[in-house]
Unconditional design. Structure first.
Length: 259
């Protein structure tokens, strides 16, 4: 289970960053007062436009960032005071964590397996299952450097799951994948949910959230504007699909400026 209570994350900006985003303020609030609860056996989606704060929230859950205010618990462990325990429970995938280009998917899978304290037999069994499922076996001994974007993403997904984590945190898991591979990833996430795992993803793809997520939190400009099942969100916005619901919510936040 993931419990987020009143999470606020404020980044301090360097002079260079202030110049880049043309601001005189040396701080930016990426997430403001976010609370939510995601249960085991559920796929929970954080849905929002670019810059909404989705990656920041997932990085806080994954212990990579400390909340400025508020607290997060993963499987009962606080992400700040019990970060080691949290890390054992989670598999984290994000676009800015890159696999070392000099090594092969097989080497990296075995390396991270050892790092997580998984036995050799178990690593071998999990490698066979995951590499077969994601079609990695054919290029498992090639250097990451020589792989396509999609191949790298598939390898990164497999590596993040080496220790059979209870909680799967995937930031835009189908980013850069073709339609066939994207489907294999979303099917695998559904299978993990069926095994009782908690999967939390970020996405800006409405149809992906619609098909995949049991619960969705829409985040706009760092604030949660609605949370619920797809049906609950459609009912409360009086719309027929998530895209319409999103624009309705966006209009409410921005005072009627969205198309
Ligand atoms: N390291 C950082 N330093 C300063 N500001 C940051 C940093 N990382 C993110 N931000 C800012 O925080 C806000 C939220 O960014 P975040 O990456 O969490 O959004 P996102 O919803 O994941 O966006 P995207 O869909 O584009 O990945 C943005 O305004 C971004 O510019």
């Amino acid at each position: 289970m993931i419990e987020i209570n009143n999470l606020t994350k404020i980044y301090k900006l360097s002079r260079k960053q202030m110049h880049q985003v043309k601001t005189k303020k040396n701080m930016t609030t990426a997430i403001e007062n976010l609370s939510l609860r995601a249960e085991d056996g559920q796929i929970f989606g954080l849905l929002g436009p670019n810059g909404a704060g989705k990656t920041t929230a997932l990085r806080c859950i994954a212990t990579l960032l400390k909340p400025t205010e508020g607290e997060i618990r993963v499987s009962g462990f606080d992400t700040v005071t019990r970060s080691q325990d949290v890390r054992k429970k989670i598999g984290f995938l994000t676009n800015d964590i890159k696999l070392d280009p000099q090594f092969s998917p097989r080497y990296l899978f075995e390396f991270f397996g050892r790092l997580h304290g998984v036995s050799k037999d178990e690593v071998d069994a999990r490698r066979e299952e995951l590499f077969e499922y994601f079609g990695i076996t054919g290029f498992q001994d090639k250097k990451v450097d020589e792989l396509s974007t999609g191949m790298k993403q598939k390898a990164a997904i497999a590596v993040s799951l080496v220790h059979d984590p209870e909680v799967i945190i995937f930031d835009e898991p189908t980013n850069g994948l073709d339609i066939v591979t994207a489907r294999s990833v979303t099917d695998y996430l559904k299978m993990l949910k069926g095994r009782g795992k908690l999967v939390i993803i970020s996405t800006h793809i409405m149809t992906e959230a619609e098909k995949l997520c049991d619960r969705i939190a829409v985040i706009i400009e760092g604030r949660k504007v609605i949370e619920g099942s797809l049906d609950e969100i459609l009912e409360s916005t009086g719309t027929e699909n998530l895209e319409e619901a999103f624009f309705e919510l966006y209009r409410q936040v921005n005072g009627g400026t969205a198309q």
